[in-house]
Design a protein around this ligand. Structure first.
Ligand code: HEM
Ligand SMILES: *[C@@H]1O[C@H](CO)[C@@H](O)[C@H](O)[C@H]1NC(C)=O
Ligand SMILES: *[C@@H]1O[C@H](CO)[C@@H](O)[C@H](O)[C@H]1NC(C)=O
Length: 462
């Protein structure tokens, strides 16, 4: 996506009168100083500066100028950016109750206002228990071979073709998400659900104008359709008195008592959170492996060894196999660090907060800058270098946060790592690939992505 598009989109999402009011009213009660930084023009702040250049360059130059806690005014809101591990720990973990998640209203409506991302407190804790129960190692252990079949099928369909890596990885991650959320019921409705998601996503990234014909309008309709399909699945499961171990089963567990609407909002939201994140990480891995043949060789050797052990009866991967892939796991970690697909996240101060001698006024946004933390030479020497061996030593607390930390950290991280490992096992043992066309550029959609989604040509190894 072009910067201009991103710019319009984000502006439209964030510029809001409430933000401006909060900004004005907070001015009266300052005792402590605000963090250093510049606020730019009234109202539009520094949004132009942000989107007239690579956003990562914008953040990095700010941090260089003002230090690890700074104020700015972007996207219609005054905000504080933080980029030290200490500060990230405070905002995400130790003082998380003072910083609530915040999303544009249009995105809440599209994913469903009752979805886990948007809540704090008891309701959030209850949902989180149910989500963790479905995605903890004990639960996802049982679906390793199903994930493997999906991976094998995907790779076979790319063989000999010129494919768009990101598009194909989206399909893979979507199919795995459906499996883990809806079990076998997902397969039944797969194509319908998939087309609804493609429409939903287009609207999610568009101007939030709900008039007939707009992308936003179409995606609100697709959302309704998704909820209807889920309603069907739920009522069949109720009738059959089935208890499943997938996420829907966890949500329907009787003691918990969620309404159908709450279930639908969360199912739709979780699948959304699972797909493009995992797909873009996989796309970056395919690129980095192609660019670093010596790393690829090490990964292929590690995976070949696992494959060779399996001559004999059971030729399927097990959970234990995936926990025995240290080299490949470090490639995933290093990719998560270098690519930092979620450059930052958003919180909002629920009251005036004192922070390292500064005031963060109530209502201001707070942005932990994951990418800057991951690219600081204090935390990772020669940060721009792709070097998986750096993870032979565990990173220090709160210097490596690809899945966030604290009460809202990613409950799908084990599943994400599992599905990436399984795909890499088959990719590196059976195939070779080359990138087609220019691939040094980065595109900034919701997530950073290699130029054009990384077209590749894949063929069987001899
Ligand atoms: C490599 C892929 C992934 C990455 C990098 C990733 C990253 C993240 C991060 C950084 C957060 C926290 C955001 C914040 O604190 O504001 C998060 C939250 C979340 N992720 Fe993931 N994620 C990935 C895959 C998945 C998958 C596969 C699932 C589901 C199966 C998932 C479900 C969720 C959910 C439900 C939340 C919200 C948790 C809450 O608010 O309590 N993610 N993810
Ligand atoms: C399903 O329900 C039965 C009877 O209530 C119970 O014994 C069994 O453990 C449940 N299975 C799962 C996977 O929860
Ligand atoms: C999350 O924060 C806790 C408390 O500071 C820390 O012990 C832990 O290592 C952090 N997690 C990560 C992934 O850095």
């Amino acid at each position: 996506m072009e910067f201009a598009t991103v710019f319009c989109l984000i502006i439209s999402l964030f510029i809001s009168v409430p933000c401006l009011l909060k900004f004005l009213t907070s001015a009266g009660r300052r005792r402590l100083p605000l963090p250093p930084g510049s606020m730019g023009w009234p109202y539009i702040g520094e949004t132009f500066q942000l989107y007239s250049q690579n956003p990562n360059v914008f953040f990095a130059s700010k941090v260089k100028k003002y230090g690890s806690i700074l104020k700015t005014h972007i996207l219609g809101c005054p905000c504080v950016m933080i980029s030290s591990p200490e500060a990230a720990k405070h905002v995400l973990v130790t003082r998380a109750h003072l910083f609530k998640p915040t999303f544009p209203a249009s995105k809440e409506r599209m994913l469903g206002t009752q979805a886990i991302f948007f809540h704090q407190g008891d309701y959030h804790a209850k949902l989180r228990r149910m989500v963790l129960r479905a995605f903890m190692p004990e639960s996802i252990k049982n679906i390793v071979s199903d994930i493997e079949s999906i991976a094998v099928g995907s790779l076979e369909s790319w063989e000999g073709q010129l494919v768009n890596t990101f598009q194909e990885m989206k399909t893979y991650a979507f199919n795995v998400a459906l499996l883990s959320v809806l079990g076998k019921d997902g397969v039944l409705y797969r194509e319908e659900l998939k087309s609804c998601y493609y429409i939903l996503e287009k609207g999610y990234n568009s101007m939030p104008i709900n008039l007939p014909g707009t992308l936003f309008h179409k995606s609100m309709k697709a959302r309704k359709e998704l909820a209807q399909i889920l309603g069907k699945i739920i009522s069949v499961r109720r009738e059959m008195k089935n208890n499943h171990t997938d996420l829907l089963g966890s949500f329907m567990g009787d003691k918990e008592g969620l309404t159908d609407e709450q279930i639908a909002d969360n199912v739709i939201g979780v699948i959304f959170a699972a797909r493009d994140t995992t797909a873009s990480v996989l796309t970056w891995i395919v690129k980095y492996l192609a660019e670093n043949p010596s790393v690829l060789q090490l990964v292929a050797e590690e995976q070949d060894a696992i494959r060779k052990e399996k001559c004999g009866v059971e030729k399927v991967l097990t959970w234990a196999d995936t926990k025995n892939m240290p080299i490949t796991s470090r490639v995933i970690q290093e990719t998560l660090r270098v690519a930092s697909i979620l450059s930052f996240t958003f919180r909002e101060a629920v009251e005036d907060v004192e922070f390292e001698g500064y005031l963060i006024p109530k209502g201001w946004k707070v942005l932990p800058l994951f990418r800057n933390i991951h690219h600081s030479p204090d935390n990772f020497p020669e940060p721009e270098k792709f070097d998986p061996s750096r993870f032979e030593v565990s990173p220090k607390p709160n210097t490596f946060l690809p899945f966030g930390n604290g009460t809202h950290s990613c409950p799908g991280n084990e599943l994400a790592k599992l599905e990436i490992l399984v795909l890499l096992h088959h990719l590196t043992t059976k195939y070779r690939w080359s990138m087609v066309g220019p691939h040094s550029g980065i595109q900034y959609g919701p997530f950073a992505l290699p130029q054009n989604g990384l077209p590749i040509r894949l063929s069987l190894k001899k």
